[in-house]
Write a protein that binds this ligand. Structure first.
Ligand code: FES
Length: 474
């Protein structure tokens, strides 16, 4: 492999030809700040529009500073990443960005999780030298069941556009207009709800500011918990117990199932259940449907659709509805675990507990924003009453726990309620791409042969090297 040798801040570095200064600096342990640059190696996606200029560095002898994220290293190059000139320019760039940005950090949903705020703190910016009384660009706010768009906070990094178009292939977002009015929006600046947006939420995950955020349902949940006429149930998805601990200082991935259940009871939830229970129901449905489709196909029924694809992800179902309406019979007809749980809770369980449907509130904690949209779909309501009333994310749950003044770390482990807290564990393999259909094929095999699959796996159903656990969870 051809390499080039250079120095960055007097450190000798040797990197493959074609490497950018930003990548070479990272390799040498030197941090060059960036904003519009986004690297998602697990998705083989590098987004480098080179537009913000936060990453500028000095190359002695060169008249202008260069952006490190798009400038390739050359042999003998000398790079000064933190010279006075580079620092001053970077500071000016951030000040200019802030001059056209709302100053509501204290109440911004992204406060504490905002790249622009972090840059401003790290650079010690204490005042913004904007022209007195100069107007800042303002846009219409856009709200959907899952996401909020506040483009006043957009820094035009266009990461959302890349993930929406290149990774999700949804094509809901693109840059429109020019100059101060330029913004990333759906075509013709439609609302998200009228666009092909599937509410997958990946744009929210990559947005470096508060321009794209999740709809917050925590106050609806608090109101329900405070209402003595309501019985409030909660179901938690398998990913939540592995992600929640991080919010309270545990190593990422630590399982905090027992503490999570105890915290939910401390907050006042009447019953705490595991969505894995409903995942088992989904698998029985999907496995039976697969078996049925294969049997019909083998007996010569040409109308049957194969292969079967799972229907657990509402964004995926929405993607089919919007883009492939002629293939709606390909995904399974089974409801997702969230919705199966909701409908069982508001029928079987409500009757068992002697509660009227309208006096039961079902909350779900999910690692996905599309679940907020899914539970509002009309087909999941009975006389206007939804099977699942509110879906919240792991982060919203962490806020609820903090708001409730629950000392998470000192809680003693507790168990899910029965009977809807029990599960076989099939739901756990849902977490990896291909896991749902693997569980469905295993079930179909067992239903057909009457034998256990044991440790044998249906590996061909697994994703093509994609690890969904490394995809964005909320
Ligand atoms: Fe390099 Fe934006 S991070 S130009």
């Amino acid at each position: 492999m051809e390499t080039v040798k250079l120095t960055i801040d007097n450190k000798h570095v040797e990197v493959p030809k074609g490497t950018t200064i930003l990548q070479a600096a990272k390799q040498a342990g030197i941090n060059i700040p960036s904003l519009c640059y986004m690297n998602l190696p697990h998705l083989a996606q590098e987004h480098k529009p080179g537009s913000c200029r936060v990453c500028v560095v000095e190359i002695p002898g060169k008249k202008t500073l260069v952006p490190a994220c798009v400038t390739k290293c050359t042999d003998g190059m000398e790079v000064l990443s933190h010279s006075l000139r580079a620092i001053n320019a970077r500071r000016t760039v951030v000040e200019l960005l802030l001059s056209d940005h709302p100053k509501d950090c204290l109440i911004c949903p992204s406060s504490g999780n905002c790249e622009l705020q972090k840059l401003s703190i790290n650079m010690g910016i204490r005042e913004i030298n904007s022209v007195e009384n100069a107007a800042i660009s303002t846009y219409r706010k856009d709200s959907s069941p899952s996401l909020l768009r506040n483009m006043d906070k957009c820094v035009m990094c266009r990461s959302c556009e890349t993930i929406c178009n290149e990774i999700q292939t949804v094509g809901a977002l693109s840059a429109v207009n020019r100059g101060f009015m330029s913004v990333v929006a759906p075509a013709f600046e439609q609302d998200l709800t009228d666009s092909p947006c599937t509410f997958c939420g990946q744009c929210v995950a990559v947005c470096p500011t508060g321009a794209l955020t999740a709809v917050d349902n925590t106050f609806h949940v608090i109101r329900a918990l405070a209402d003595p006429t309501k019985t409030v149930l909660i179901q938690t998805a398998p990913a939540v117990r592995a992600a929640l601990g991080e919010e309270f200082g545990y190593t990422p991935g630590t399982l905090v199932t027992g503490k999570m259940v105890a915290a939910l009871r401390a907050l006042g939830f009447d019953k705490v259940f595991d969505t894995d229970f409903a995942a088992d129901l989904t698998i029985m449905e999907e496995g039976t449907e697969l078996l049925n489709r294969i049997s019909r196909h083998l007996s010569g029924d040409k109308s049957v659709r194969l292969p079967i694809l799972t229907s657990c992800c509402p964004a995926w179902v929405n993607f089919f509805e919007t883009n492939y309406s002629d293939m709606l019979d390909v995904p399974s007809t089974a409801r997702s675990p969230q919705q199966m749980f909701g409908s069982i809770a508001k029928t079987y369980l409500a009757e068992k507990m002697g509660i009227k449907r309208e006096n039961m509130v079902v909350v779900s904690v999910m690692p996905c924003l599309a679940k907020k949209y899914e539970c509002q779909r009309e087909e999941f309501k009975v006389d206007g009453n939804p099977d699942v009333d509110y879906s919240i994310t792991t982060r919203e749950l962490a806020h609820l726990i903090r708001m409730g003044n629950v000392d998470f770390k000192s809680l003693k482990d507790e168990d899910f309620d029965r009977p809807m807290g029990e599960s076989t564990g099939a739901g756990v393999i849902f977490g990896a791409t291909g896991g749902v259909i693997e569980a469905a094929t295993r079930t179909a095999y067992e239903l057909f042969t009457g034998k256990k699959t044991g440790k044998s796996r249906f590996l061909r159903t697994k994703g093509n090297g994609w690890d969904q656990n490394r995809y964005y969870r909320f």
